[in-house]
Ligand binder design. Structure first.
Ligand code: FES
Length: 122
């Protein structure tokens, strides 16, 4: 799923949660963040914020420690070099074969909001 970045306007509806301040993200670098038990990797590229799950699907290493490739919207796992699309989460190169989870974001004022999947009642 593509990650939207919409600026201005009022704070989004309740299902959006505050992720971080825009200034907490450095352009062209991935930042590891957590919401509850979710480990996330957030990347600011130009004026857009991309959020994917932080754990590489090959062997659970943090993707936020790896290089970001803003020119082709990919993040690379530092451990074995798998590359993932920041927009769709797709695993683009081996050894990873499973996609990352992606999370839509919106920027409102100085804050980045994230849309998290609804929790199922048990
Ligand atoms: S742990 Fe990421 S490619 Fe192996």
């Amino acid at each position: 799923m593509a990650i939207a970045n919409q600026q201005s306007g009022p704070k989004p509806a309740k299902e959006w949660e505050l992720l971080c301040g825009v200034n907490e993200l450095k352009s062209g670098e991935a930042t590891r963040l957590e919401i509850g038990d979710l480990k996330l990797s957030a990347s600011k590229i130009n004026e857009s914020v991309y959020v994917v799950s932080d754990m590489c699907t090959h062997a659970n290493y943090s993707l936020s420690d790896g290089p970001l490739h803003p020119e082709n919207l990919t993040i690379e796992c530092w451990k074995h070099g798998a590359q993932f699309c920041l927009s769709t989460g797709a695993a683009l190169t081996l050894p990873a074969t499973r996609a990352l989870d992606t999370f839509p974001t919106e920027v409102h004022g100085e804050n980045v909001y994230i849309h998290l999947p609804k929790k199922e009642k048990q």
